[in-house]
Write a protein that binds this ligand. Structure first.
Ligand code: GLU
Length: 306
């Protein structure tokens, strides 16, 4: 196998927070420690929440951290023509159907999804007749039919993860009623066309990997290797998120150095033995997946400032 190709796939809806930094760091280390390259892609499908200003801030934040990339592919908001081709491929295989369910119907009728708290789609619109479809006066979303098949993810961090698509996920939406493609389709197409061989991201997306692997098979892309890294948790049990302004890079850049921050993250997550200031390049020589913690990591950020 050649050198790995990894990717950063941030959503430019705010400054990077520590959870993003951590996932980006591990993705960079995993690829760079094996002499590979990285692609940067802005995941801006949600044009209401994202902006080029945030995208530029993300690029600057990655540079400040010393996490460089080799190329940047066009943002998702400009790629709907490309996604159209793959949508058509699913349609040609007879795997798509229009779904007219409203949000409230979806939540009342369907059982919770086992992996991420969303629902398992019960197939309400799968077998509607042409006449039933015509009776709706609204535009449909489109769902892809899933088989009764267990997908197996051999994760670099989480070990073996199994999900039966029919039982634990159900037919899933690939294009919304307003015509916007959903994350699952866009990410599969983008990673596939960019030749990505290694996908490293937060543990919250582990449940998405089987859907993406299924689409990869339908689109004739190879499966990448996955590594789903633990979530960072504040001492009070909250998951760090974009709402934690005190944890975003705007604040951190004023109050610490990139090397101190990286050393703190690397130490807290098990990569190095002491909380010393260290550059990303130096960490690449020490990185090993075996040393990385596998479950939620509690991060007491005050330790960084003492
Ligand atoms: N854009 C997603 C995020 O910022 C990441 C998607 C992925 O890595 O597959 O959370």
């Amino acid at each position: 196998m050649g050198a790995p190709v990894g990717r950063f796939a941030p959503t430019p809806s705010g400054r990077m927070h520590l959870g993003n930094v951590f996932a980006a760091l591990i993705g960079w280390l995993s690829v760079k420690s094996k002499g590979g390259s990285l692609v940067l892609r802005m995941e801006d499908l949600d044009t209401q929440r994202t902006s080029e200003e945030f995208a530029e801030a993300l690029r600057q934040d990655l540079k400040w951290l010393g996490l460089d990339w080799d190329s940047e592919t066009p943002p998702q908001s400009r790629r709907s023509k490309v996604y159209d081709r793959y949508f058509d491929l699913l349609a040609d295989q007879g795997l798509l159907y229009p779904c007219y369910c409203t949000r409230s119907q979806l939540h009342s009728v369907n059982a919770p999804h086992l992996s991420d708290g969303t629902y398992v789609y019960a197939g309400t619109c799968r077998n509607l007749t042409e006449a039933q479809r015509n009776a709706f006066d609204r535009a449909p979303a489109f769902r892809v039919k899933v088989p009764d098949k267990e997908m197996v993810v051999e994760d670099l961090c989480q070990g073996t993860y199994r999900q039966n698509l029919a039982a634990q996920c159900g037919d899933f939406v690939v294009r919304r009623a307003d015509g916007v493609y959903v994350y699952q389709l866009a990410v599969t197409v983008d990673d596939g066309l960019a030749g990505v061989t290694e996908v490293v991201r937060g543990m919250d997306l582990l449940g998405s990997a089987p859907r993406q692997m299924y689409l990869q098979e339908l689109f004739d892309f190879s499966h990448p290797v996955y590594g789903h890294v633990p979530m960072l948790i504040a001492p009070d049990g909250r998951r760090l998120s974009k709402r934690d302004k005190d944890m975003d890079l705007g604040f951190l850049q004023q109050n610490t150095t990139a090397e101190k921050l990286l050393g703190f993250l690397a130490y807290t997550s098990g990569i190095i033995d002491a909380p010393e200031a260290v550059s990303a390049k130096e960490l690449a020589t020490e990185f090993a997946w075996e040393n990385l913690k596998k479950t939620d990591i509690c991060l007491d950020i005050t330790q960084l400032f003492t």
